[in-house]
Each structure stands twice: as structure tokens, then as C-alpha cells.
Design a protein around this ligand. Sequence first.
Ligand code: CDP
Length: 565
Amino acid sequence: MLTENSIQILKARYLLKREDGKILETPRELFQRVAQHVTIIETKNQSQWADTFFNAMANLEFLPNSPTLMNAGLENGQLSACFVLPVEDGLSSIFETLKNAALIHQSGGGTGYNFSKLRPKGDQVSASGGVSSGPIAFLKLYDSATEHVKQGGRRRGANMGILNVDHPDIREFIYAKSKEGSLENFNISVGITDDFMQAVKDNADWNLVNPRTKKVQKTIRAVQLWDAIVKSAWHTGDPGIIFLDTINRDNPTPGQGRIESTNPCGEVPLLDYESCNLGSLNLMKVLKKEDGKPIVDWAKLESLISVAIRFLDNVISTNHYVLPQIKKRSTNNRKIGLGVMGWAELLISLGIPYDSDDAVRLGEQLMEFIKVKSYEASRALAKERGTFASWEQSIHYPHAPIRNATCNSIAPTGTISVIAGTSYSIEPLYALAFKRVGILENKTQMELNSIFVSEMKLLGLWNEKTKAKVLETGSVQHIKYIPVDVKRLFKTSMEIPWKYHLLHQKAFQKHTDNAVSKTINLPKTVSLKDVSKIYKMAWEYGLKGITIYRDGSKERQVLQKCSFE
Ligand code: CDP
């Protein structure tokens, strides 16, 4: 059942090891360890629940985020992937958060921060009589600290750095990653408000405000900043943008403050000191045949959702929190994020091209189903276990009692989709063939997408010639004898018009209470005008954030690089 890649990754990063490197468990035992750990809080039918959770993981129908797989059952096992920490305008807060981030990274989690409270570069510092270094200097400091704290030796910490669009240092921030190799451990995003988007539309002035004095430091045209963001993103893929007002319209606990940041890949907006546990359903496992035709198995999906929601809620109760503040917030709000992987492969199996309105419609229907059933499952848990502590102060009150402040996120599934042997998250196939550097022997090997190979075999088109042509480019679009409908079905990420990348993100975001992590992959030839249009449409579509990648704009890392780091 597990692919060769999956076994390699499990051996290198997930299976328990002795100090001398000897592997101490099998993949089956890993899933047992996790299932047993998260059932310790079950008061009834404990062994049945352990079996149910084990089966969902061992059948690769549902997988929790990597830290849960790596750390469950270990002493002080930290199980969450996502955190946000505060950065206040003072050295003590900056270094306190740096220390806490190191502890989180060491335990396998990733952290996001908004640096906008820091006074701008060159501003006065009363304690020393000198001038301040500004947020970008501290961003660099966090980046190099991350470099040296490997996550338990298994993967490097990931960070999200945000600066709001009215900060005086915003221009420097926009270009902070433009030099190849800078801020490698950070994703950066500009925090954008509705006012700013309106000012861009109206070609109006925009004030940059010193957060220390609250005084306007400079006034510029909003469009100037917008063009800088677009230009930099076109050149390097960075910065992304996040829409703070859209995020806060969905903030489930506004009484606890405004949300200013997301986790590293953007799928979870969080308050300071909040964490979130993610898990993803493998959509390739919810297919069945009716009259010989593959269709979605909605009944199986429904039952997996309720198992997954219970699993993730159990993770909150059986988690070891690295900081007391994080424990307090996380157990008060009980945020979880159930999402999906294998969306592109599901569409291919159903014979629906990714760049079609049918695909977008099905995406919306599927995510609505997942949201409705996730909320039903969380409500059933509230009946059994009680609501989250701050429910009465949340936007869920006075609706039916619910156990979790949020239920859904679409995570990138950078490693767990490799373990499950399917396509990432809701992304189209990146390529039909690609080079993968083996993590154990460091050998490079060529790989082909298995669904593509099966389809070619079925059509009688699988031969050395086809293989060689596909290995060369990773695509079938240039091969004359491949039928048009097959070409359509097997379009890869760069070959999908951006309009459909956006429409898929929109379809899934519509029914996701947290956010959707997605990269809008673009061909090299895309214009600045198009990038600007994409960013504007993202706001109009109600997306919570957006990231683009233009082919060739930076050296593309080996596929699944994050899992090898
Ligand atoms: O597939 P996996 O569970 O390993 O993770 P993912 O879905 O690719 O990423 C989910 C979240 O894990 C990210 O948004 C980060 O918060 C965190 N992460 C991290 O801390 N370090 C990494 N190297 C990769 C992901």
C-alpha cells in the first residue's frame, strides 16, 4: 500500500529511531503509536476508537499533520503544526518571541508573526539614545536563528513574516526576498486592508504611519506600493499578500482581539499564542464505482469526516504545549483544521479536467459537504464533551453548541501527501514526470505519475517513445499522437490557465472557516498586468491570502523540498 517514496520518507523522518540511528518501529507501529496516544482521553470504547483511528491512517484515508505523526506517544510530544507569536515594539518581546519560536521549531511546528508594531528603521530609541534597526533587520535575525534550529533534526522550521501596508518600512519589506537566497526560512506577506484596496482602485493617497508615534510619516500614492508588490512578486514570487479585513470578518473569537497573522503557509489565521492542529482527507480514497463508472463515495466521506474531527479534537487534549500561554489559548478555542489532499487525482479519476467549470463546481460542493459534516461532528462532540471554553463569547453563540472555534483548513500537505501517495492539497499535478533526490542514499531518480502511467497503459499508448518524451518535459501537451481529451485531463500546473487556479481556491475558500494555502503557478510569459489582476481578483473573491509563482522566477526547489529539509 505504501509507495517506495512514502517508505523512504517514513524511514528518514518519522519512524522512531535509537540514538545510533537504528529504526525502532514499522509504519504500522507508527500508526498504532499515534492512534493509541490520541485515544488516551477516550472514556468509553477506547480500543475501538484506537482501531478506528489506526485504520483511517493505515488505509491512508486520513493523515494528521507531520508533528502528530512524529511526536505522538513520545514524552512531551508536541503535536501541532501551526503557531502565531506576538512581536511587540521592544527588545524584550523580540527576543522572548525568538526564543519561543526556537522551541516551537525544535518541536516540529512552524510560526507566523506580524512585525508591524515595530518602530521603523532609523526611528528614535530612547533607552540607548540611538536609532532603531527596523522590522526587516529583526526578520533577518529570526531567519538566521531558524537556520540553526533544525526541527528535531527532521525538518527545518518554517516562518511567516507579515508587515502591514501602512508601515513606513513597507517598501524595504516588499523587496526583502528579492536577492536569491535571502530569508530562505520565511514566507513573507504584505498585510492588506480593504481601505488600501479601495485607495488603489481610486488612485488615492496612502499614509505610512509610524506605529510608535501613530503619526503619518509619509504619504504616497497607493498605486505606487501596489505596483511595487506586483513587480516584486512577478520577479521572485514574493511577497504574497494577506487580506486582514477578510480574515477578521471570519474571526471566530473577536473578543480576544484582532487576527494579525497566519501560520507559515497561510492556511490558518491565528491570534497571538494560538496553535492549530491540521489533518487531511485523502480524496483518492473516497471513490467508488457505480455501473462501472467512478463516482464520489459521499457516505464514506461523511464517516471519515466524523472520525477525523474526533481525532483532531483528541489531539488538542493529548498535546504537549511548549508554552503555558499557548496551552491556555489553544485549549480555550480548540481550533482544528481538517482539509484535503489528492484533489487533482480525484478529478482525473472522475474524468473531469481541472480547468473546467465542472471541476470548480464539484470543488465547491465537496468542500461545502466537508464543512457541513465537520460542523455536525464538532456539534456532536460538544454534546458529549462540552463546547470550547470561550464559545459564549464567540461568533458561534447562540447557534447550536460546538466543540471547536474552527474546523477546516486547506493545508499544502507537503509531506503527508507523499506519505499517502497522492497529489498535494487542492493543487493540480505539478508535472507528469520529475526528478526526485532520494533522501536516504541521495540518489537522483526519475519518477512518473502513476495515474498517468495507468491511463496511458489503458489506452495502449505506453511505450518507450512516450516515456522518453514525458520524462524530457514532464508534460504531454507537445506529443502529437496523445488524444486531445487525455491532454486536457493531464494538464500540469503551469499549463492550467490562472483563472482556474483562482477559481479552485475561491471554491474551497467559500466553505473553509480558516484559509486555503495555494500557489497560483504561472507561465514565465505572464505579464505584470495579469499578476496585478490576479491579486485584485483574490481580494474580490474573498480569499484570505494569495501566493504566486512564475515559472523560472527563482530556482525551483526539488519537489517536496520541505519534507527533505
Ligand atoms: O504535510 P505536512 O503535515 O508535513 O505539512 P504541510 O501541510 O505541508 O504544512 C502545514 C504546516 O506545517 C505549515 O503551514 C507550517 O505551519 C508547518 N510546517 C513547518 O513548520 N515546517 C515545515 N518544514 C513544513 C511545514
